[in-house]
Design a protein. Sequence first.
Length: 178
Amino acid sequence: MLKNIQFLLLSLLLISCRATVESPMIYISNASLKPIKNINCEWSKKHVLSLSTLNPGENRSQSFYMNNDAEFFGLVKISWTNDEDSRVSHEFFFRKTNLPSIKDPTTFNYVQLYFDQHSVEITTSDSPDLSGKTAKMDKLLMFYRNQYAKEHKAANTQLIDSQTRRDSSNPAMIFGSY
């Protein structure tokens, strides 16, 4: 009897682990010479990623657990406070065609958000980087991080906060960079 209960509990645990999957990695980078604050990414109105401050050239990454890939696709609302204390907001609609390899477990899928003071540039692991844009952005981030570090002693060690919401309505918009 005890072995049957242990087997049942183990089976339920394994089934519950299979019910959720990890989303693609979301990279958030500050591609400007000034800090950005109060970053908030509402991913498909179900998952909220937030970060209080990101200094020039810094990167953070986060994924979240989801029941299926439909939780990853849909409306994404992004907002942040720039160095002028202005609140900047952008929205885009992330479609399955923007990251078709999400169901392939052999690939490393990600979305890269390059923030500056007034806009955000979005790339994905499925976007061919024929111009070397990612390598150029990485060099730029390193330059900004080094410039900022010369003037400021304190290091930013804040992590992204990830929360799940229950509302899941998704109005349609276009995907792209702003």
